[in-house]
Design a binder for this molecule. Structure first.
Ligand code: NAI
Length: 702
């Protein structure tokens, strides 16, 4: 099997991984830490060995291998570079996104290199590290690609500054593998023998972890957070229990070279090691070459966003109609002009626009201003707003409509043309502005609350439509003193209520590194938190498929209403999945129900026989199955005119693509993993028209 050349440049992930202090300690124990490095092993003031990073993203490395379709029989971890941007917290969720960055061809019998690059963010919003991993694939050379550029590391012609001898235990891989790499080669004596080794071998990354610990101990003792970069090449295998020696040369300020040798034979097992260390360089978040539109930027929050965007290099379209607080009046060009002048005085670049967001033509024109002046649109902050407060009984249609027109329809009018451009460019950051009044309710603001909550709905779906194009859509619920709030916020707090306290949150959500989409943040006075919709676990109240009675609801309300164990959904399908799972009978306890498919091919052989033509009236769909792994393969299944055709390979235009690991697929098809559970747990990935996939259970009776 040759490398999948079309996977080059393809995105891998995002993959999320939750971890706790126990994972951190387990890793530390796996790379030889103990009482002599208690900071790595004791949850009280726990520090994380930076090389934990690569163990924690092992799944992404596996995905890179699978996507590139390397011949698994001949792969080795060739090289590894880690760039540390921020210290790794002892717990949280890591989100990793990567791509297959390069293929290099060393020649027909010499193999190929697959380079995977990824970035990992923590749930605290910080980018933690970048990994550049080289997979050496012995059996995939000769595809006609270019060879890798040569990299050489020249060690000083003198004794190392530090030599550290260590003794990994005979059982070291048994501990290390619990951090993610459970490949049989490191645990199964028979597998190891079949692969040409005397017995299971050490994980290269385990020895790498030993080295990382030693480098920190000698160069930045007690301060793992100062590790900045670690590079190496894995050159030889090592058996557990064999002593190792890490040799370190200091070569400059904050720089060292290192390698690890087999203490018995003197063979170099890890070579070309580079280690850089020092304080975290302060990286300013910049918006150079980005074009931002801020609506309602002539005053209040919008003005503050526009100024800071300009200060940080963005080219800004300052939109403001210049009307009254309630949206009445002729409007004026001066608020927008004044903010443009302020940005220019700061050395920035901006243009004014005086259009009304409440009309489609206004929205088009605002986006046109950006294109005319700067040629593109990268950032849109939907901020323009008015107020027309009245208790509901006094809320006449005019006041209702005017507020919806500016806030909700206004965001639609500007976002629509801006989104089209962002989609075409493959990049965009959009901010909606909601309000605590919408999220939680506020007397006298039914119109405003409805509009502000409508913006949340707009974000919820737009985030999905933008996901593929790196268009992230988030929402801010600000609190700041402005003419909108001058009569409702306590004057005592006015100093802290400056819009400048909201700006950092809004601008971070506009930044390139922003890791989130579909989030809502309250921001103001220096206090920031996330607001989210959570859904309770609920209860099934039907009996023999009959609807429950009203009295049943009364009786069960406690169970229906509870939010204990509530879940946050990213999209509708996840919620539907949970509803359907609630009805799914638990998997059979014994394997009696197993249908015994030994591989995916057997499933697809049986597929036409399992097809229920009676259920297929009017169905016209192509399902593509991509089942990864040795027992998998690609098949398409076309349902048309009441007939089912199963064909091996990739269909040109499937309606819906189902992707799964072969093991999970067989568990599902053998009846012990409900399809919905497979989907909601992420084992089954569905692309294309997800709703159509729900036909499968109806169409096939295995
Ligand atoms: P502001 O009144 O100081 O600024 C709003 C700006 O929008 C004004 O300059 C106004 O001329 C402009 N504008 C109004 N209608 C427009 C239209 N149709 N087209 C173009 N521009 C228009 O108000 P503030 O407080 O800065 O509000 C900004 C946003 O933040 C609004 O969406 C508001 O609802 C929201 N918000 C503000 C809160 C706060 O505490 N200030 C609380 C919650 C939400």
């Amino acid at each position: 099997m040759a490398l999948n050349l079309s996977a080059l440049g393809q995105k891998v992930g995002p993959l999320a991984k939750e971890y706790s202090w126990k994972d951190v300690v387990l890793y530390a124990l796996g790379v030889g830490a103990g009482f002599s490095d208690l900071d790595y092993c004791y949850e009280n003031k726990l520090k994380v060995i930076p090389s934990f990073s690569i163990a924690a993203i092992f799944d992404i490395l596996a995905q890179i291998g699978l996507k590139s379709e390397v011949n698994l029989a001949g792969i080795l971890h060739g090289e590894q570079e880690l760039i540390f941007h921020n210290p790794i917290p002892p717990e949280g969720t890591l989100t990793t996104e990567g791509k297959i960055a390069h293929y290099y061809d060393k020649g027909q019998d010499k193999g190929a290199l697959v380079i995977g690059e990824s970035d990992t963010w923590h749930s605290n919003g910080q980018k933690l590290f970048t990994s550049i991993c080289t997979i050496f694939s012995r059996l995939d050379g000769g595809f006609g690609g270019e060879n890798a550029p040569r990299t050489t590391v020249t060690f000083p012609d003198r004794d190392p500054d530090y030599i550290v001898d260590e003794q990994p235990s005979e059982d070291q891989p048994l501990i290390y593998r619990l951090s993610g790499d459970i490949f049989s080669l490191h645990v199964d004596p028979q597998f190891a023998k079949a692969s040409g080794f005397e017995k299971p071998i050490m994980h290269g990354l385990c020895t790498h972890g030993f080295a990382c610990r030693v480098l920190i101990d000698k160069l930045i003792p007690g301060q793992p957070e100062k590790a900045r970069r670690m590079v190496c090449r894995f050159t030889k295998t090592l058996y557990p229990g064999v002593p190792i020696q890490t040799q370190i040369w200091k070569t400059g300020d904050g720089q060292a070279l290192w390698r690890t040798v087999n203490g018995e034979t003197g063979d170099i097992v890890i070579d070309n090691g580079i280690f850089e260390y020092g304080e975290i360089p302060v990286m300013q978040i910049r918006f150079d070459d980005r074009v931002a539109i801020v609506t309602g930027a002539g005053a209040g929050l919008g003005r503050a966003y526009a100024l800071e965007l300009g200060r940080r290099g963005a080219k800004v379209v300052v939109n403001d109609l210049g009307g009254a607080r309630d949206g009445s009046g002729e409007g004026s060009s001066s608020p927008a002009d004044e903010v443009v002048a302020e940005i220019e005085n700061l050395g920035g670049s901006a243009v004014a626009n005086y259009d009304n967001v409440a009309t489609a033509a206004g929205g088009e024109n605002i986006v046109k201003s950006a294109l005319d002046a700067f040629g593109r649109v990268d950032i849109l902050i939907n901020n323009a707003g008015i107020l027309r407060d009245k208790s509901f009984v006094k809320m006449d249609p005019g006041n209702w409509q005017a507020v919806l027109d500016v806030h909700l329809n206004g965001a639609y009018h500007v976002t629509k043309p801006a989104f089209e451009i962002m989609k075409a460019n493959g990049y965009g950051r959009i901010i909606m502005t909601t309000s605590a009044a919408g999220l939680y309710g506020n007397f006298g603001q039914t119109n405003y609350s409805a509009a502000k909550m409508g913006l949340v709905g707009l974000m919820n779906t737009l985030k999905l439509e933008g996901q593929k194009y790196d268009v992230k859509v988030n929402t801010i619920a600000p609190i700041a003193a402005s003419r909108l709030t001058e009569d409702v916020l306590p004057p005592d707090f006015f100093d802290k209520l400056k819009p400048e306290f909201v700006v950092p949150m809004a601008l971070y959500l506009c930044s390139e590194g922003c890791p989130v989409t579909g989030n809502i943040y309250n921001a103001g006075m220096g206090f920031y938190n996330r607001a989210a919709v959570f859904t309770g676990p609920g209860a099934v109240l039907t009996q023999d498929d009959a609807p429950p009675s009203v009295e049943n609801i009364q009786k069960a309300l406690k169970n229906v209403a509870t939010v204990d164990g509530a879940r946050e959904y990213f999209q509708l399908n996840e919620q539907v999945g949970d509803v359907l799972t609630a009805f799914t009978a638990p998997p059979p306890a014994s394997s009696d129900a197993a249908k015994g498919f030994a591989n995916a091919a057997a499933v697809f052989d049986a597929m036409a026989g399992a097809f229920d033509a009676g259920a297929a009236a009017g169905v016209d769909v192509v399902f593509q199955y991509n089942i990864a792994g040795d027992l998998g393969g690609d098949w398409s299944c076309t349902i048309k005119d009441g007939a089912c055709t199963v064909a091996p390979g990739q269909h040109e235009s499937p309606v819906c693509t189902l992707k799964m690991e072969a093991g999970d697929f067989l568990t599902m098809m053998n009846g012990t993993l409900p399809a919905m559970q497979a989907y909601t747990s992420g084992k089954l990935k569905i692309e294309g028209d997800i709703m159509k996939s729900q036909l499968i259970e109806k169409l096939f009776k295995f």
